[in-house]
Design a protein. Structure first.
Length: 341
């Protein structure tokens, strides 16, 4: 059985390792754009307060995974799925392969940083934060500025989960941070109103500047500074850098081009199967019949382990989400109420 997995995040690698354990005769190949190895995305949010993050974030190198019986083709992109022939068209990577056959295909590409359409015109004015590549770029920029014995001033657009975690870590690392949030309270999708207020007070006590109800319109470079322009108000002061953190967008383009059913994510049934019986989706690219995308570590691992057992014939019951309680990684803050999902 030839199993091909697109994506080397926690969904894809957890599934690959479990599947190999259950069925060592299966031919398992992982296709990934990544080149650094299998790393822990949740740790990205503490990528500025940890000095050795580039090394400590790597859980397994691709060479180690190869030694464990999982073939990795890194630095490559899948450009098309031929469902009729069960082949993939790929480009790049160390292995020069034009097409790759599969019996079962697992889509685990995860998500990309969501950039609000009005911001796209100004794409060269800001950073995003979604991968180790993004973190390395930000750390390199930060190091170049701090070489001049200068603390940085950052504007973070978005006061959701990732924006708040990022602001907290930059603040803990000694930088000045301002959060621009479009809503009237922080992390409104994860926290009850009381905890949002507590988080606001916590940030203020740490010196993080919080601006709520902000309709950010555009960005403008002025020398070595970037200004954030707000609707109906004067231009804001310049910052050393701006990071847009407005949520995530599941990578559905490949599935759409192949004729798979998509909505916010790739639509799957309760067996994580798409409308093609030979293609499954995992993690924060998979949209379940309850319309939810389970973009948290515990349910993603649960999906991956369940699917390996299911495809191996060990279980027949549909996947059901485990009980989980996600928490924001904000230095010094603890919510008093359960998080919302």
């Amino acid at each position: 059985m030839r199993i091909v997995i697109i994506g080397s995040g926690i969904a894809g690698i957890t599934f690959a390792e479990k599947m190999h354990t259950l069925n060592q005769g299966a031919e398992i190949t992982v296709l990934t754009k990544e080149t650094d190895g299998y790393y822990s995305r949740p740790i990205l949010s503490h990528g500025f307060s940890k000095q050795d993050i580039e090394q400590s974030i790597i859980m397994k190198t691709f060479a180690q995974l190869e030694q464990n019986g999982i073939h990795i083709i890194s630095g490559t992109e899948v450009t098309a799925i031929d469902r009729k022939q069960r082949t993939l068209t790929i480009s790049g990577g160390d292995d020069v392969v034009a097409t790759l056959n599969y019996d079962q295909l697992i889509l685990a590409q995860g998500s990309a940083a969501f950039i609000p359409p009005p911001f796209l015109t100004y794409r060269n004015q800001f950073y995003v934060f979604n991968s180790l590549t993004d973190l390395k770029l930000l750390r390199k920029f930060r190091h170049s500025v701090r070489e001049h014995n200068k603390s940085l001033s950052w504007a973070i657009i978005g006061g959701g989960l990732i924006g708040c975690e990022l602001a907290s870590d930059l603040n803990a690392a000694g930088d000045q941070v301002t959060i621009f949030h479009a809503m009237d309270r922080l992390m409104e999708r994860q926290l009850v109103a009381e905890d949002s207020l507590n988080l606001l007070k916590h940030f203020q006590s740490c010196g993080v500047n919080i601006l709520l109800d902000q309709a950010v319109q555009s960005f403008e470079h002025q020398g070595d500074k970037v200004s954030v322009l707000i609707k109906d108000t004067a231009e804001n002061k310049g910052y050393d850098a701006v990071i847009v953190s407005c949520g995530f967008k599941p990578r559905t383009e490949l599935a759409e081009d192949a004729g798979l059913e998509t909505s916010r994510g790739i639509r799957v049934n309760n067996f994580l199967q798409t409308n093609d019986e030979n293609i499954y989706a995992l993690g924060d690219v998979a949209q379940l019949p309850d319309e939810k995308i389970y973009a948290f570590i515990m349910p993603i691992r649960s999906q991956a382990l369940w699917l390996a057992a299911y495809l191996n014939g060990d279980i027949t019951e549909p996947w059901s989400p485990p009980v989980f309680n996600p928490k924001a990684k904000v230095h010094g803050f603890t919510a008093e109420h359960p998080y919302i999902f």
